[in-house]
Ligand binder design. Structure first.
Ligand code: SF4
Length: 262
């Protein structure tokens, strides 16, 4: 801002006039320009103001001390006129933008509060949970459906447990799976059961019948050998065969899976 524009009427303008502190003003591109070009006359109308400001801004655009001028006007802050190529409203916006930037930067430097350590819960062996999840898969209950009935755990966590990528489990997850197990054995599986059963078959997982009378949570316990006719799928297949044979007029046929009818 040219010193010609500086009138000792407020603190900022007086300080700007001090050449020992504001010697950058000697390089101002607006030196020699009409003061009204930068401040406007009283009673100026909007179209005239826009035209005047545009012209003043063009002078500022080539000014070698534009940055210093704008910094000064924002720091004071100067309320009127064109300073550093910006009018009053534009400087207000720039001031707010700078404050946001400063706040963001200082927020980054603030030490983050230490995360509250979670109470450590001892995990337990996942053998029984995994066996139950696999047995449920054999009859069509997948992790999705099981997780939906639990208050802890998630579909992906149960999937990992079932596929044995996790050897331990939280006690509460194990307890809820164990509680759900007998309920789901008596529950029709969901619409994706075919896919779940296909996965179980592909892996050769043991169904619920294999764990009847066996301590399913004992890692040393082995599943029972179960004939196909003992499984739910085997019994359904036998029932279907019976219906077909009955429809064909054949009855009382001893159907045993794996053996041809006599
Ligand atoms: S930036 Fe504009 S108002 Fe500021 S000193 Fe330069 S010409 Fe003058």
């Amino acid at each position: 801002m040219t010193t010609r524009m500086i009138r000792p009427v407020d603190e900022g303008l007086v300080r700007l006039a001090d050449p020992s502190r504001w010697n950058w003003t000697t390089a101002a591109a607006c030196g020699g320009e009409d003061i009204d070009l930068f401040f406007g006359a009283d009673g100026e109308r909007q179209p005239e103001r826009e035209e005047r400001e545009q012209y003043a801004k063009e002078i500022c655009a080539d000014c070698p001390i534009r940055t210093e001028c704008l910094d000064y006007a924002i720091s004071v802050p100067e309320k009127y006129g064109i300073w550093g190529g910006l009018n009053e409203e534009e400087r207000d916006g720039e001031r707010r933008r700078r404050m946001r930037h400063v706040n963001r930067e200082s927020a980054k430097e603030q030490p983050k509060p230490a995360a509250k350590p979670k109470p450590k819960v001892a995990r337990i062996d996942s053998t029984g949970t995994q066996r139950r999840l696999r047995a449920l898969a054999v009859i069509g209950h997948g992790p999705n459906m099981i997780a939906a009935r639990m208050t802890v755990g998630s579909k992906s966590m149960l999937g990992s447990l079932r596929d044995h990528r996790v050897r331990t489990v939280l006690p509460e997850v194990a307890r809820q799976v164990a509680d759900l197990y007998p309920i789901l054995l008596e529950t029709e599986p969901g619409p994706l059961s075919t896919q779940v059963i296909a996965t179980a078959c592909r892996h050769g997982w043991r169904g619920p019948e294999a764990w009847e009378g066996v301590d399913i949570d004992d890692p040393n316990a082995a599943p029972r050998e179960v004939s196909v006719s003992e499984t739910r799928q085997g019994q359904e297949a036998i029932e279907q065969a019976r219906r077909l044979l009955a429809a064909a007029g054949i009855s009382d046929v001893d159907i045993v899976a794996g053996q041809p009818a006599a």
